[in-house]
Design a protein around this ligand. Structure first.
Ligand code: EPS
Length: 388
């Protein structure tokens, strides 16, 4: 399975084509719209989300609620486009119109300056428009389809926020994937630790009042993953490596870890490795899950546990020093409308990205034209691993 996204933040629409899904996957459009809505929410979002009501339009690849095996086209309209028709127009415009909303003062931490130099743009808006996190709406739509495929194969995906601006919550050890998802859904900051929720909100409020932004840590947990997705045999076949790329590709993400992650550097081997046990009912499992469900780049049957680190959004209402590309004079960087924290929304994007990579790994291992055949093959394989 592969997919490409297209679309500018203030252009007419976002578009995606997904290719390579088997025929017969039951798809709920309502579920996709629900996931798009989840991404739009979260405490700390800015004014743009009041303008948009993201809903998907599907123009190919699905008929009567099921995939056809042909490419699926997804469209999400930008409602804000009506305010940007001249600025984002396709046809050439005169000199005066060219200057409208032109960006010449690159914002530190954004793609503006590097993209401008690399692509020789006179207007840095040409970079901003595509590097905007608006594009992640499309990834969430693709992720929603992948989650529906995974759910039909008894694989559940959940996401939550562990930390915002240094305020960190705790997650009880024994929570199931479904419980994590249910608890996160009830929280405006998507935090499963109720004791810390108010503190996170207060941190966001204070940051907004200070005209600043904050980042955080999000976690994705996947349960029901069969043993042996990915492969130890080649560097680029390791599934944890693919997930790492998928996470760091999310706008403003700077790091990724699995299981105990960076903490492993401070622990003894005896404290980190997950001991192996066997039972007739569950087959081979582990006494702990410090390695986040991966050994040798392959899933080991324990829940996949991935965390991503998001830097603060670089667009600040209290702008930092920058240089005007026309005059080379020192200026304060341009102020664009922004969110003070998008960490809760980013957890939904991370959930989608992990779901996409797990779905791709399932499709690689259980390649099939029809979903029914895939389901039979997955069941047969699960029986095999249980009896190994
Ligand atoms: C973004 C800037 C803001 C955010 C946007 C990401 O948009 P605007 O420039 O229109 O105010 O709202 O996020 C979305 C539009 C979205 O759908 O998540 C940026 O510069 O990355």
């Amino acid at each position: 399975m592969r997919y490409l996204t297209a679309g500018e933040s203030h252009g007419p629409e976002l578009t995606t084509i997904i290719d390579g899904l088997p025929a017969g996957i039951p798809i709920s459009v309502e579920q996709i719209n629900q996931d798009l809505k989840r991404r739009q929410g979260g405490y700390g979002r800015g004014g743009r989300m009041l303008i948009e009501t993201d809903t998907v339009e599907i123009t190919s690849g699905i008929r009567h609620g099921k995939t056809l095996g042909s490419p699926i086209t997804l469209i999400v309209k930008n409602d804000d486009f009506k305010n940007w028709e001249t600025v984002m127009g396709i046809e050439p415009v005169d000199k005066r119109a060219k200057k409208m909303r032109r960006l010449s003062k690159p914002r530190p931490g954004h793609a503006d300056l590097v993209g401008g130099i690399k692509y020789d743009h006179d207007d840095l808006r040409n970079v901003l428009e595509r590097s905007s996190a608006r594009e992640t709406a499309m990834r969430v739509a693709v992720g929603s389809i992948c989650k529906q495929l995974l759910a039909a194969l008894e694989i559940d995906v959940a996401s939550h926020v562990l930390e915002i601006g240094g305020v960190r919550g705790n997650i009880p050890d024994n929570m199931t994937v479904k419980e994590i998802q249910e608890r996160a859904e009830q929280s405006v900051v998507r935090c499963v630790d109720e004791a810390i929720e108010e503190e996170m909100k207060a941190k966001i409020d204070q940051t907004k009042a200070d005209k600043n932004t904050i980042g955080g840590v999000v976690e994705v947990v996947v349960g029901g993953v069969p043993i042996g997705l990915g492969s130890h045999t080649q560097w680029d076949a390791k599934l944890d490596g693919k997930i790492a790329q998928a996470i760091v590709s999310i706008n403003a993400f700077k790091g990724v870890e699995f299981g105990v992650g960076f903490e492993a550097a401070r622990l003894y081997g005896s404290e980190v490795m997950d001991e192996i046990i066997w039972s007739k009912e569950a087959g081979y499992t582990r006494t702990s899950n410090n390695l986040g469900g991966f050994e040798g780049g392959m899933t080991n049957g324990m829940p996949v546990v991935v965390r991503g680190v998001m830097k603060p959004i670089p667009t600040l209402y209290k702008p930092l020093q920058s240089v005007d590309i026309d005059t080379k004079e020192v200026y304060k960087a341009s102020v664009e409308r922004s969110d003070s924290s998008a960490v809760p929304a980013a957890s939904i994007v991370a959930e989608a990205m992990v779901a996409i990579e797990i779905a791709k790994a399932m499709l690689d291992k259980f390649e099939s034209d029809s979903f029914k055949a895939m389901q039979i093959e997955v069941k047969r394989y699960r029986d095999y691993t249980l009896n190994y």
